[in-house]
Design a protein around this ligand. Structure first.
Ligand code: NAG
Ligand code: NAG
Length: 205
């Protein structure tokens, strides 16, 4: 009886586990790179989170077969960590399974896909929460069931060209805090100075 129960349990576990893996997401390596994507920052330009803007352009690569985008319904524009900012950071790790992938953590916009000879574009103010890092832009194409079917990115396959440098707010706060600390130390000193001066004046009278 116990043997029967445990083998049933084992089979059940096996079933649950295999369903679990089957439920995984779309794999990035299966997506076709059909979009031409560019972003406004110039190579080497350093941007400030919470301040600077970027403009992202996308359109069907004119070299792909006409009608390739018949099933394209939406685009999802994302900001992604470049390899240099992923090193030793498991929480930004690239996984082929898009449900597990941590490369593209920042959504800029999701919009209907427009079949248009001219590229579409979107202007985005770098959000204040962005950490200091090197990024690239990836645009995912979704079909009618919100499933990723294609993509484009503003960098090469190795993610080494046209990368975007962003300085986060926290890095800048540190220097602001130092400035504030110096300023208040200075005011305490000058307060003591005037206090002593006034006292001397008072004792002379
Ligand atoms: C557009 O497609 C051509 C041919 O497949 C490819 O060589 C080129 O790199 C693509 N351009 C972009 C921006 O993906
Ligand atoms: C890709 O986009 C760039 C900049 O928008 C444009 O100059 C180029 O012609 C486009 N290439 C293709 C293949 O669509």
């Amino acid at each position: 009886m116990a043997v029967f129960a445990s083998s049933t349990l084992f089979l059940l576990l096996l079933l649950v586990c295999s369903v679990g893996t089957a439920v995984g997401g779309v794999h990035f390596s299966t997506l076709a790179r059909t979009l031409n994507v560019t972003a406004s920052p110039k190579q080497g330009q350093v941007l400030m989170a919470g301040v600077d803007k970027i403009r992202v352009f996308w359109g069907l690569n004119q070299t792909v077969k006409a009608g390739t985008d018949d099933a394209y319904k939406k685009v999802k524009v994302k900001l992604c960590f470049a390899p240099v900012s992923q090193e030793n950071r498991g929480w930004r790790k690239t996984e082929d399974d898009l449900k597990k992938d941590k490369t593209c953590q920042f959504s800029l916009t999701t919009q209907p896909y427009t079949k248009n000879p001219n590229p579409s574009s979107f202007e985005y103010t770098l959000e204040r929460e962005l950490p200091t890092a090197t990024y690239f832009v990836r645009v995912f194409v979704l079909d009618g069931s919100d499933t990723e079917v294609a993509y484009g990115q503003n960098t090469d396959a190795q993610k080494t060209t046209n990368l975007i440098q962003v300085i986060g707010i926290t890095g800048r706060h540190a220097s602001l805090d130092i400035a504030a600390a110096c300023f208040s130390a200075f005011s305490v000193v000058s307060l003591i100075f005037f206090f002593v001066k006034e006292k001397r004046k008072g004792s002379k009278n």
